[in-house]
Write a protein that binds this ligand. Structure first.
Ligand code: ACO
Length: 325
């Protein structure tokens, strides 16, 4: 039976030029390079320039993904931008990117699932492409978290960075076989009982200010590995695959210890884990496409390989996606 699969045609990324090292941070708050590396694996993060907005980062990543896909703006009828740090409360930053890319057809909207935003965006685009109503989508994860970090709070400011990543998806008829290219399956979950464990203490309805990131780090850590692993098990089971079948594990880059803990629980060997948290820190919705971009640029990603994305973030939200490259 013929089925639609969403194929990843192109991937792109963008990181702001300014690099903030742990050493520099230790002159701003009471911390050290040693503490940050040992607890998180982070060495540095990129910080957007004062005149760079999230949509600027997103645009650069989207352009690169579009160039590499061989497609043109006229071909794109869906733009989904996952972000927690939009340029404005409204309109969606996705429409700014849509306009600057010269796309005047189809739909564009933002997606808010914090660090799980890219996985949520991929699953949403996949469903819309499968519906037959759209043909080609750009899914972007972009953040300027530096704008909502409390730079006096050492327990959070060491963790985050700015950046953007994007993929271009195209609907293609397939036989519905496991060996066919494209998104095989996605699982999305959330549990709002945990919304106070990781949140921003502001917003239009509360303080009318943007606010700052607040987090119970230990609580987030405690839930991360088990929740992420449960959706990965669902994805593997539904696809009839085993963890050994995965060629590349591209996780949300929150903390090296969470990445390693999840891979160990699932049974994925360390050489298959794509790690960028050391250089990028946690870029929330941008971290998965940025890590995918690094993998792509390294030349190690081969057609037919099985790639697993996973994320967890504020809400809590979490999820996973299995893709045949
Ligand atoms: N430098 C030095 N000391 C620090 C720092 C810092 N940057 N931050 C906290 N400390 C201190 C604390 O004050 C505390 O001191 P005390 O014992 O004197 O009270 C001590 O270090 C231990 O603090 P904990 O919070 O218990 O440290 P923990 O080992 O849990 O590590 C961390 C903290 C790294 C935040 C960890 O809990 C973690 O990684 N949690 C996951 C959070 C995360 O990744 N969030 C990202 C968003 S969610 C997501 O993307 C999945």
């Amino acid at each position: 039976m013929s089925k639609i699969r969403s194929i990843i045609r192109g991937v792109g990324g963008y990181l702001p030029k300014r690099v903030l090292t742990n050493e520099e941070l230790s002159q701003m708050v009471d911390t050290s390079d040693e503490w940050i590396k040992e607890r998180t694996g982070i060495s540095q993060r990129h910080i957007a320039a004062d005149d760079e907005m999230t949509s600027d980062l997103a645009l650069a990543a989207a352009k690169q993904a579009l160039d590499r896909s061989g497609l043109k703006p006229i071909d794109i009828d869906l733009v989904i931008m996952a972000t927690t740090t939009p340029d404005h409360t409204f309109p969606a930053s996705a429409v700014t990117v849509q306009a600057k890319l010269g796309i005047h057809q189809g739909a564009a909207f933002d997606m808010q699932a914090v660090c799980s935003g890219f996985v949520y965006g991929l699953a949403t685009a996949d469903s819309l492409l499968k519906s037959g109503g759209y043909r080609r989508a750009i899914v972007i994860g972009a953040e300027t978290l530096s704008r909502i970090v409390d730079w006096t709070d050492r327990s959070t400011c060491v963790l985050f960075g700015d950046g953007a990543g994007a993929v271009v998806l195209e609907a293609e008829e397939s036989n519905g076989e496991l060996s066919d290219r494209g998104i095989i399956t996605s699982h999305l979950r959330s549990d709002g009982r945990y919304r106070c464990k990781l949140f921003v203490d502001g917003g239009p309805g509360t303080s009318q200010q943007v606010g700052h990131i607040r987090m119970e780090g230990r609580e987030v850590f405690k839930h991360a590995v088990t929740k992420i692993a449960s959706t990965i098990h669902m994805s593997l089971e539904q696809a009839g695959l085993k963890s050994e079948d995965i060629d590349w594990f591209v996780p949300h880059q929150a903390n090296k210890r969470i990445l390693d803990g999840t891979a160990k629980r699932i049974g994925i060997s360390p050489e298959k884990i794509v790690v960028t948290v050391d250089k990028h820190a946690n870029t929330s919705a941008a971290s998965i496409p940025l890590a995918l971009n690094e993998l792509y640029q390294s030349g190690r990603l081969q057609a037919g390989q099985l790639v697993l994305f996973e994320a967890m973030g504020g809400g809590f939200t979490w999820g996973s996606t299995l893709v045949r490259w």
